[in-house]
Design a protein around this ligand. Structure first.
Ligand SMILES: [Zn+2]
Length: 458
């Protein structure tokens, strides 16, 4: 061991103690876990990226107000038959994780530094969970509304020092050959000087590019579906714009993946990620975050229905960390205007991001479009402020919009945020189906991997 790696090992242990992570493998933890009833053959790992408890609560209250019923997530809580845990999400080098480190904790049972995917601070590259499952004969799949090469999905499959190397992650996807990849991120597969689509086809993958071709691909054994060059547009924009009508929803990608993977008699493992609740949190965009969360929520009944059909299925519902500190706040005297705020929130018809292309073209903020979308009137001065704020927000246009209209958005919708960053809050983790009793009421994210491996026998 070089003096450099000794030093980094010492540093890892120091940071591990700071962040509450013991330098042990999650397998060691799983060996001591409770005896469970039943052995799952399948795993459906449903993950919201960046869902603080405030976002979950906002979606629940919104749903009850607008749709007259609970969210599917809260419905689970009311019905029982699950284990609910509070999850600690720190990374190896910070109490506040990024998605690469949080995903790696699940993917390989070790905490990594922020930015690293299944490469530990001392340079180890443990085999990710879905490759172990594949070796055990299980079918494997990833579904996301992000680029499919983004950190959370990659954490179940890839080993890479730097999460931004998404071309290299796409190369690993080709080499490591999961059965199903569905999401955004075409630009990392069809890129200058190299086209991975042909090699994928040569390996027997069907290709899907839109809603229709996805529907037609359900009989395929292996499927690569890429529905957007970068991330899939936000749900609120897909619902309100003709331009996005050919892009499938998270639910339909999930259903297609289930249909393909569940044909394997030895079972399957599938990650389904609502990846952009995190982005809407970074954007501090109230209506967008609600619609992203509700799209995820519509996946829960699909998982439950599958569990009824195939009881050998373990379902996990969780998030990797909070983002932005999203909260519904009391509005008006005695908070009595809060219902009106939720009604206003429901009338918002687009994301801040939908105004970004126009800003790129013209260098100006489209005040009338924002006013039409949100019902908030925009002065010329405010439109100018947005443009001036972009550089101070590190070039993030959406965060500049949120910064200028923070007060108006709070008064109008009741929603406010604490920052544009991830947060250290402890988060929800729910397991149902055979083996759910194995999860303790308080869990460190790196312990999840060992329990899953124990249960799935991989
Ligand atoms: Zn994030």
């Amino acid at each position: 061991m070089s003096s450099h790696s000794k030093a980094s090992r010492r540093e890892f242990i120091r940071l591990a103690s700071l962040t509450g992570a013991a330098a042990i493998s999650s397998q060691a933890f799983a060996a001591g876990s409770k005896k469970t009833q039943g052995i799952p053959k399948n795993l459906i790992f449903l993950v919201v990226d960046g869902m603080g408890t405030g976002t979950l609560s906002l979606a629940e209250v919104y749903n009850r107000r607008l749709n007259g019923r609970s969210s599917a997530w809260f419905d689970l809580y009311k019905k029982g038959g699950y284990t609910r845990c509070l999850q600690d999400t720190a990374s190896a080098d910070s109490p506040v994780t990024d998605s690469a480190a949080a995903g790696s904790a699940w993917g390989c049972g070790q905490r990594t530094n922020n930015g690293a995917i299944n490469v530990t601070p001392d340079g180890m590259r443990p085999t990710p969970l879905f490759l172990l499952a594949k070796d055990a004969g299980k079918a494997t799949g990833l579904v996301s509304t992000c680029r499919i090469t983004h950190a959370t999905s990659a954490s179940f499959v890839a080993n890479i020092e730097e999460r931004n190397e998404e071309d290299a992650i796409a190369d690993q996807y080709l080499e490591r050959e999961l059965d199903v990849y569905l999401g955004g991120g075409l630009r990392h597969f069809k890129r200058e000087g190299s086209d991975l689509l042909e090699p994928f086809k040569a390996k027997g993958y069907a290709l899907a590019t839109d809603r229709k071709s996805l529907r037609k691909s359900k009989k395929a054994n292996k499927l690569l579906g890429l529905f957007s060059d970068s991330h899939i547009p936000y749900a609120i924009d897909r619902q309100n714009s003709e331009a996005h009508k050919d892009i499938p929803s998270l639910e339909s990608m999930f259903e297609s993946a289930l249909e393909i993977l569940s044909r394997n008699p030895q079972g399957f493992v599938l990650q389904v990620e609502a990846g952009r609740v995190d982005h809407a949190g970074h954007d501090n965009d109230p209506a967008t975050i609600v619609h992203e969360q509700l799209e995820f929520d519509r996946c829960i009944p699909i998982a439950r229905k599958f569990l009824e059909k195939d009881p050998d299925t373990l379902i996990v519902l969780t998030t990797d960390h909070g983002t932005g500190g999203c909260q519904l706040n009391g509005v008006g005297s005695g908070y009595l205007d809060t219902f009106d705020a939720l009604d206003s929130l429901s009338k918002v018809s687009g994301s801040f991001e939908s105004l970004h292309a126009r800003y790129e073209e013209t260098g100006s903020f489209d005040g009338p479009a924002f006013a039409k979308m949100t019902g908030i009137s925009v002065s010329e001065e405010q439109a100018q402020q947005v443009v001036e704020l972009v550089p101070q927000r590190n070039g993030y246009f959406n965060a500049a919009v949120a910064g200028v209209f923070e007060q108006e958005l709070l008064e109008k919708t009741g929603v406010a945020f604490s920052s544009y960053n991830h947060t250290a809050e402890h988060v929800e983790f729910l397991a149902m189906g055979p083996g759910h009793e194995a999860f303790p009421p308080f869990i460190y994210n790196y312990q999840v991997n060992g329990i899953l491996r124990d249960l799935l026998k991989v």
